[in-house]
Design a protein around this ligand. Sequence first.
Ligand SMILES: NC(=O)c1ccc[n+]([C@@H]2O[C@H](COP(=O)([O-])OP(=O)(O)OC[C@H]3O[C@@H](n4cnc5c(N)ncnc54)[C@H](OP(=O)(O)O)[C@@H]3O)[C@@H](O)[C@H]2O)c1
Length: 243
Amino acid sequence: MTIKDSVVLITGANRGIGKAYVEEFLKAGAKKIYLGVRNPDSVADVVAENPNTLIPLKLDITNAADIKNAAKEAGDVDILINNAGILFFDDLANKDAVDNARKTMEVNFIGPLAMTQAFAPILKNNGGGILIIVSSIVGHVSMPAITTYCASKHAVQSLILNARAQLAAQGTRVIGVYPGPIDTDMAKDLEMDKFPPAQVATETIKAIENGKEDVFTDAFSKVTYAAFRKNPKAVEAQMREAA
Ligand SMILES: NC(=O)c1ccc[n+]([C@@H]2O[C@H](COP(=O)([O-])OP(=O)(O)OC[C@H]3O[C@@H](n4cnc5c(N)ncnc54)[C@H](OP(=O)(O)O)[C@@H]3O)[C@@H](O)[C@H]2O)c1
């Protein structure tokens, strides 16, 4: 499948990695891009620059009515990118960890699950299409400083595998995207070298074109995943020391 002439829906499209997806899919020639955002005013300027291609869509992925409406408005989608997400810095000693876990699971796992349920029939009607879920390298390994976020991304990994198994028969490709630290608002308090958000988008586009299912978008995620595959206990020890 090529990007040219595709119809894409991106959640969390107003900033960070979502905004980069919008820019890179535009460059790659997408026919139409729905910008799923909680506040359509946040994308008014970018939509005004490309009014024939960019369509704002009010979409809080924790709101069932918004999801139902998105499925009604965007019945021509053939690439869905579940990108929106949140992160709290917390460890087990944090008194807010339980509340954080509920909020994080709601956005990072239940949101993409509900979007996948709503759009699976649409992708099927449009020839199968592609479902993309933005996870994280911490969908495979765990970092103690972001306990509840890691748990949500491990749940997302299960969603990716189950969606891939269950949607194969209708011809839907499911791509898991696993970034390392990316230079966005989410990672602003993370003291690590960070990679540009555009790299996540361009690596995803390459994977669409090359038929890849698992996208490790940067040097950190590639090296960490390779180390994990080789010796999971060594990576566990590394993360413990870094905490
Ligand atoms: N940055 C990293 O280092 C990194 C690394 C690995 C994976 N990721 C993943 O990449 C994805 C994007 O992250 P980012 O770094 O771009 O984060 P970000 O800059 O904080 O942006 C988060 C986006 O998600 C949206 N969002 C949050 N809650 C939402 C909800 N309930 N409904 C709809 N949209 C919602 C936000 O919208 P508002 O503007 O309305 O808040 C915003 O557009 C996430 O899934 C994240 O877990 C990020």
